[in-house]
Each structure stands twice: as C-alpha cells, then as structure tokens.
Design a protein around this ligand. Structure first.
Ligand code: PLP
Length: 370
C-alpha cells in the first residue's frame, strides 16, 4: 500500500516512536511532583518545550501544549468571544465552527481563484469594522496547500488594533517563517501532521499578549495557569523530538518532496480535462487535482482498491459528499468541484511511490470515465 495522505496524518518517525515508548515506560512521574520522579518528568517536558520553541522561533515559555490543532484553534478563536472576528472562508472547520460559536460577528474574506486570500481585502474589512478583536488566517490551506499572506494580514490587523492568530497546522514541520517573521500573536500546531503522535499539539502565545488570554480550562494551574491538567509527558516528549527532527531535516525533505509532487502533477496533468486546483506558492507535498467526468470520492475508493491511499479534500470530509467549502469559495467550476482529489506526500514517499501514484490515478480516472 502506498500512503499519499500526509496532510491528514503523517506516519510517526522511528526516532519519535522510540522517545514515545521509552518515556511512557521510564518517565512515569507526574511532572508537577517535587520528588526525583516528578523532576525527571518535568525535565522531559522542559526539553520538549525548548525543542518546540526552536522550531517555531519563539521562547520556550511562549509554548503551551494542547491536545492538537483543533484545541489550539478553538482556544485562539475564543479570544474573540463576544466581539468581532475576521477570518477567511477557507479556514479549517476548527476555526470556522469555533468562530460561529464564540464571536459576536464573523466576517469572512473570500480567496482569489488561486486559493490565496488577498491581504488588501483584510485591510479593507478591518477599516469598515473597527470592532474586530482578532484576525485568524491559516498559514497553508489543508486542501490546496496554498500558502497565505499571513505577514501582510498581521501588519494590517496590528495597525487596526486587533490580535492575529495563525492556524499553522499544515506548515509546521516544513520550511516556514518563524512566528516572529509571521508577526502573529497566536499560532496553532498539531503533532500528527509532522510525524509526532496524535493527541498532542501546541498553541504559541506571544509573551506580551499572555495576560489577555483566558485559561483554556481551570484546575491545578499547569502550563503557567492557562491549561490545567496533568501533562501527557510521553506525548509531549515525542512531540518535542518530532520538532527537533523536523528542524534538522525539513529543508532537504521539502526539496525532495516538492520535486516528487511536481513530477506527479506533470504526469497527471497530461490526462485530458484535468486541472490543478490552487496556484502560487504551495506546500511542497500537497497536490489538489480534478478530473472532469469523475467523482472524487469514487476515485479515492478505486485508488484504495489498487493500493494507493489519498483523499478528497480534507479527511474531515470523509464520508460527507457535500463539495469542499474551500474549493467552492475559490469559485472552482462545477465539473471540477466534485471531481477533485488531494494527493499529499511527504518524508517517506519514494520515487517509485510517486510513479505508482501517477499510474494508479491515471488508470482509475480512465476506469471512472468508462
Ligand atoms: N487546521 C488545519 C489546517 C488542519 O489541516 C487540521 C487537521 O486536518 C486541523 C486544524 C485540526 O488539527 P487536529 O487534527 O490536530 O485537531
């Protein structure tokens, strides 16, 4: 079987798996305990916090461990509770649904046909709506891979007195700007997108704004009082190791994966009536491509039967055949809206896998078109 769904979940790395197993067995003390076992566990957490900070380009005490991207997004968006929130129409549901739940007013910026959200539009809307408390813009879209103008939006937001959140779940682990370069106040991270286990992530909170952020929940005061609850030391240690490994490997991995992705794209675009969805700067491993006269869900199932696992849009849409809100917002024409698949490859994808992916998708498109 060939795995081409890295944007849904990336395989855990051997190095991360070793840390996860070793820490689960040996580092069982509660990091809040003052005795030796507790201090050993606390040291593992401190180390992971430093590894995370090194990857994000922030201070260790600006890192708050969470259960993953969804929790981080929910918490960041909650800053706009009862106030105005400006976000894009192509955000992940973790941002869009929490925006609906918490904010008093939600203003959505539509993307251009390329899949990029225009920063000028963010600036215009901020001028019309001075009550905006938070601007939330993702780093890279999970369905198209298109990288968003976070820095420009952040400058506009700060000039208007709003804070900035960035859902960087698809970006972290790859070559991307630091949190300082992005200019954001809050940034969401998810471990399982870059070879750490599921159920662990982080929220970066810029030190200067910490006092404005309410606790995630209340209890024993862990995570400097913002996120109470006994820390999952093995998951945190594994997450830290994934950050360290990504920092070492990401430039080489991205370069190699980008070349494989471009090869697959070129081979598949030779198929008549195919189109690549999303343009401009994109994440190295994500390819969204549509084939008129097919149905994405059907292609995905046919490819699975032939040993290639890919997806239609995001994994959150699995089993849900309403067209992707991202593609719809981009104005993708009807014949491509329901016929798109997302191929997402990564660190362990080989040349041979790339060849098999192209070949299998080509065969399945032919079959689906009858
Ligand atoms: N944000 C984006 C852009 C994502 O792609 C995902 C997951 O697919 C999430 C948030 C949710 O992250 P998690 O699965 O860690 O809750």
């Amino acid at each position: 079987m060939i795995y081409a769904d890295y944007a849904a979940a990336a395989p855990i790395s051997d190095r991360v798996y070793d840390v996860l197993c070793r820490t689960s067995r040996d580092t069982f003390g509660n990091p809040s305990s003052a005795h030796s076992f507790g201090r050993t566990a606390a040291a593992a957490v401190d180390r992971a916090r430093e590894q995370t900070a090194a990857l994000l380009g922030c201070e260790p005490d600006e890192v708050y461990f969470t259960s993953g991207g969804t929790e981080s997004d929910n918490h960041a968006v909650r800053f706009a509770a009862g106030r105005g929130l400006l976000t894009s129409a192509i955000e992940h549901p973790a941002v869009l649904r929490s925006a609906e739940a918490y904010a008093a007013q939600v203003r959505l910026v539509s993307p251009e046909a390329s899949g990029a959200v225009p920063a000028e539009r963010v600036r215009e809307l901020l001028a019309i709506h001075p009550d905006t408390a938070l601007v939330s813009l993702m780093y890279a879209n999970n369905e198209t891979g298109v990288i968003q103008p976070v820095r420009d939006a952040a400058d506009a937001a700060h000039a208007a007195g709003a804070l900035v959140h960035c859902d960087a779940v698809q970006g972290v682990g790859h070559v991307m700007p630091t949190v300082r370069e992005l200019g954001c106040d809050l940034l969401s991270v998810s471990g399982h997108k870059f070879h750490a286990p599921k159920g662990i992530g982080a929220l970066y909170i810029r030190k200067e704004v910490t006092r404005k952020i309410a606790p995630f929940h209340y209890g024993g005061g862990q995570e400097r009082g913002l996120r109470s609850g006994t820390l999952p030391v093995p998951l945190i240690a594994a997450f830290g190791e994934a950050c360290a490994e990504a920092l070492e490997r990401r430039a080489d991995d991205d370069r190699r994966v980008c070349a494989l992705r471009d090869r697959i794209a070129a081979e598949l675009l030779e198929i008549p009536d195919s189109v690549r969805i999303g343009g401009g700067e994109t994440m190295p491993g994500i390819l969204n491509i549509a084939f008129a006269g097919t149905y994405g869900e059907n292609l995905m199932l046919l490819c699975d039967l032939r040993g290639v696992c890919l997806s239609t849009g995001s994994a959150c849409h699995a089993g849900d055949d309403t067209p992707s809100h991202v593609l719809a917002a981009m104005g993708v024409p009807e014949e491509f809206l329901t016929s798109s698949i997302r191929i997402s490859i990564g660190r362990y994808t080989t040349e041979e896998d790339a060849g098999r992916i192209s070949e299998t998708v080509r065969d399945c498109v032919r079959l689906a078109r009858g």
